[in-house]
Every structure is written in C-alpha cells, then in structure tokens.
Design a protein around this ligand. Structure first.
Ligand code: NAP
Ligand code: MG
Length: 494
C-alpha cells in the first residue's frame, strides 16, 4: 500500500499561476492589476490573481471571435473535436490530485470531496459531451414533396461562461462540455474566490489540441470583468451559474446590449419532503443531513427546507441531529474531514447573520449555531426546528450548513409548503406509495424531483430551474440547445 499523501507538504510546494489565459498564452491583465486569492481555511494569501477588466474582455472577445471565424474549431469535423475534447477530459483526470488540491485550497471544501466528486465528475462531463457530439443528428421537416427543409443546429460563436465558487471546476465543466462540443469559442470567468482551477485548465486545453483562442480564461471581479462580458456587443451568449440577483443583472445586460442569449442556473431553497410512509425513515433522515451539510451547505440544490409529516417529525429530527452532529468539521486538507471552511469571511458572516435571525424570529435551535474558532471560516452543522414558512430562514437562500425543519400535517400541506418559494431548482419526496410519489413529483414546481433519494444525478439527466432558479438546462443533450441556433434551410423542389 502506498503512503498517505501529505497534502500540506504538497500545498507548500505549489507554485501558483494567477494569470489570464487568452489566445493560448498566459498573460497579465492589461492594467497590471492584481488581487489576492485567499485560502479561507487559513486566511492566508495563496496567489496574486490578474484583475481583468473591460479592456481585457475586449481583447479576449476579439481573439475568441477570430478563432471562431477561422473555422479551426467551429468547422472541424465533430469526430475530430471529439478526439481533442476526450484528450482534454483525460488530462483533467490525469491531474486529479493537483486540481483537487487547488480547489480545496482555494475555496475550502474537503480534499476527500474534491478528489471523489469534483474531479471525476468534471472529467466525465467533458468526456460525455465529446462522445455525444459525433452522434447527434439534425432533422428534416415533414413538408410536402415540393420542398426539403433541413433543420440544423449551428454554433453561436463566442460564449461567455460566468461561474460561481461552490463547485468551481464542475460548474465550469457543465458549461465548457456542451459549449466546446458544439463548436463555439468560450471565455470562462471564474468567481473571484476560486480562480485557480479555471486558470490551470487553460494549459490543459492547449495540451489537448484545442486551438488557440477557442478556450480563454479571464479571472476578475463580477462588477468589472463579469459586467463587461454581459454588456459586450460581440458576445453571443452568456452561460451563467450563480445567484438569482446576479442572474437578473445578466438579463438586463442583454437588454442593454445585443440581446445576447442568456442561460441562467441560479439559486434554490429546495424542499426535501419526508412522509410518514417513507421506505426507511432513518435512511431518509441520514440523506437529509447530507443533503444540507455536504459542501458546507454551499450547494445550489441543497435540501435546506426539510418538510416532515407531523406523525414522524420528532423521530426524523432526532436522527438528522445525530447524523449532522457527527460530521467531522475541520481542516479541508485532512482526508478525514467531512465538512470544510466556508468560502470566505463575508460568506461566513452572512450565514451567521441568518442563524441569528432564525433565533430572533422564534425558530428552535437544536444543533450547532456557532463558529468553530472565533473569527475563522468554520461553522457548526446547524439545525432549526419548529420553523414556519414565513420565517427568513425558510425563505432566503442561506448557502451554508443551516437546516430549517418544518412540520406538515399531510402530503397536501407538504406540497403547499414545498412550493411556497420563489425558487424551483430541486425537490424530493420520500414515500413508499407510488401514487403519492407521482402526485408530489407532478405538483412540485422544480427542475428535478427526487423520489426516495436526495441529490442523485447523472450527466445524462438535465439540471436547472423553474421560477427564479433560472432557465435553460445544464447536463444532458438538452444543454446543447443553449449553445446553438436553430436554422431552417428551405430548398424549393417545385
Ligand atoms: P454570484 O455572486 O451570483 O456570482 C456568480 C458569478 O457572477 C461570479 O463569477 C461573480 O463574480 C459574477 N458576478 C457577480 N456580480 C456580478 C455583476 N454585477 N455582473 C456580472 N457578473 C457578476 O454567486 P456566488 O456567490 O459565486 O455563488 C453562489 C450562488 O450560486 C448561489 O445563489 C447558488 O445557489 C448559485 N448556484 C447555482 C447553481 C445552479 O446550478 N443552479 C450551482 C451552483 C451555485 P465575482 O465572484 O467576482 O463577484
Ligand atoms: Mg479562494
């Protein structure tokens, strides 16, 4: 057996690159400006990151446009794009340990999760779209025999991908896979808290044979680089994952500029409904605990509202407390750690503010509620009981390890509570009654409804929101729709 990896030693030996990647090369921001990339677990500066701004956006868009127009990628045979994207996926997989370490240092998630979840799923995502792209056919319309109408999907051109910090590499992969497979050029803007893996991808894309200018990475702030991408007259589409608030900005940017296509994967307040006839109440409660505490609760589809049928509520809550209370919170680089640091001090403050509000509004704090070390970015697994739908902690997305449990007298009330939200990303129902399962899954307004599980998925199954969780879908072949235009070519045979 090989010796366990000393992640701290590996971290100390890293030399980190914080530059932008444009036209196949690493470059500083034109202004020369830098900002600090911080490790939230230690509070220390990891690297100086290029603070790209509107002028860098302009430069990257020109390069990406030229690459698109050249046809080097956009008109390459799908089979050849497939080969290079598969090579890209394989390189990501080959660099699993390095990239997992960067992800954990940059945003605080446990190394065990970066290794077991973020990295394999990111590589698999790129590989899946690579495999798909030489197998998707276009259509011919059933017109009268006097004409042939070819219905084809064409690449859009230059797509900007603006992504969040909670799963930096995986959220980027969900965009990059279909964007690149369809033949577009892309400009990836990572969140300011988590630029490192995105930057590292630049070199791997080049090594895989993706032509210069097709894949570009622009680190920087939302208010500068992000906004400039949203307002640019020569960006054809924005693929966004992030908060609902910023998603709405992108709709405005589009309206103020060139009506660019906007795909939005935004926030959530997902109801996880456990009915009294769940096949296994302990399994449901265990899954509910992980459904909120996984990734420090920084998950868009986190099961942050646990709606439980009254007759079994106390029993389920006890079990969630038992499981949640045993989760090991601490040093993200320790392979035994199950919950790491919040992404930064600001997010830590935000979450603590919600915990205070929960107490002030009369919810019953049953687990956690405190920081683990004063001033640090670690928060205890936290559970509130006796929450009602009107409380702030039941309405707003907290994006932290804070669970609100709400009682419902029956399935109808549970569905009503489940839908009492402006969001609609995900929902779950636990029951052994097929009729109840189908009733709930039809009635719940969400992009995915899980039955007798939580947060399961596959790259072949679409993911995205109803209501203010956004529109358009990531994952599955449906994602290709966001990055292509539908063109009809009508050939008159008459
Ligand atoms: P965020 O603040 O909305 O930021 C997302 C991205 O938008 C970042 O790259 C950010 O850059 C950029 N941005 C911020 N302000 C901007 C502006 N005024 N103009 C243009 N771009 C701007 O979200 P976050 O805090 O990183 O991530 C948490 C949110 O993402 C949560 O609401 C969560 O639910 C959502 N999320 C959704 C999904 C999904 O698939 N539905 C998945 C994961 C996360 P800066 O970082 O530099 O500000
Ligand atoms: Mg960071």
């Amino acid at each position: 057996m090989s010796a366990p990896i000393d992640w701290h030693a590996r971290a100390a030996a890293l030399s980190l690159n914080g530059q932008a990647f444009i036209g196949g090369r690493y470059v500083p921001a034109l202004s020369g400006k830098l900002f600090d990339g911080i490790n939230p677990a230690s509070g220390k500066v990891l690297a100086q990151i290029a603070a790209c701004d509107a002028e860098d956006v302009d430069r990257a868009v020109k390069v990406a446009r030229a690459a698109f127009e050249s046809g080097a990628w956009s008109r390459m045979a799908p089979r050849e794009r497939k080969k290079r994207l598969k090579a890209f996926a394989a390189l990501i997989a080959d660099h699993t340990e390095e990239l997992a370490l960067l992800e954990t240092l940059d945003m605080g998630k446990p190394i065990r999760d970066s290794l077991a979840v973020d990295l394999p799923l990111s590589a698999q995502c790129i590989d899946w779209y690579a495999e798909a792209i030489d197998k998707v056919y276009d259509e011919i319309a059933p017109t009268a025999p006097t004409a042939v109408s070819l219905i084809r999907r064409e690449a859009l051109g230059v797509v900007a991908a603006v992504v969040p910090w909670n799963f930096p590499l995986l959220m980027a992969a969900w965009k990059l896979g279909p964007i690149l497979a369809a033949g577009n050029s892309v400009i990836l803007k990572p969140a300011e808290q988590s630029s490192l893996t995105a930057i590292r991808l630049g070199a791997l894309a080049s090594e895989a044979g993706i032509p210069d200018g097709v894949f570009n990475v622009l680190p920087g702030f939302g208010e500068t680089a992000g906004q400039a991408l949203g307002l640019h007259m020569d960006v054809d589409a924005v693929a966004f994952t992030g908060s609902t608030e910023v998603g709405k900005y992108f709709l405005q940017y589009s309206g103020q500029s060139n009506m660019k296509r906007v795909g939005l994967e935004c926030g959530g307040k997902s109801p996880n409904i456990i009915l009294a006839d769940a096949p296994d109440l302990d399994a449901a409660a265990t899954s509910a605990a992980w459904g909120i505490f996984y990734n420090q609760g920084e998950v868009c589809n986190a099961g942050s509202r646990l709606v439980i049928e009254e007759s079994v509520k106390d029993r389920v809550v006890e079990k969630v407390i038992e499981v949640g209370g045993a989760i090991r919170v601490g040093d993200p680089l320790d392979p035994a750690t199950e919950m790491g640091a919040m992404v930064d001090a600001r997010q830590t403050e935000r979450v603590m503010g919600y915990i205070e509000k929960g107490v002030a509004e009369g919810a019953r704090l049953r687990l956690g509620g405190k920081r683990i070390v004063a001033d640090g970015c670690f928060i205890e697994t936290t559970l509130f009981d006796d929450v009602t739908s009107d409380m702030t902690i039941a309405r707003e997305e907290i994006f932290g390890p804070v669970l609100a449990t709400i009682a419902a007298k029956d399935i109808d009330e549970a569905i009503r509570i489940g839908n009492d939200t402006t969001y609609g990303l995900a929902a779950a129902v636990w029951t052994r009654d097929i009729n109840k399962a189908f009733k709930a899954s039809s009635a719940l307004r969400a992009g995915v409804v899980w039955v007798n599980c939580f947060d399961h998925g596959d790259i072949s199954s679409p993911f995205g929101g109803f209501k203010q969780s956004g529109f358009g879908r990531d994952k599955s072949l449906h994602a290709l729709e966001k990055y292509t235009e539908l063109k009809a070519t009508w050939i008159n045979l008459g």
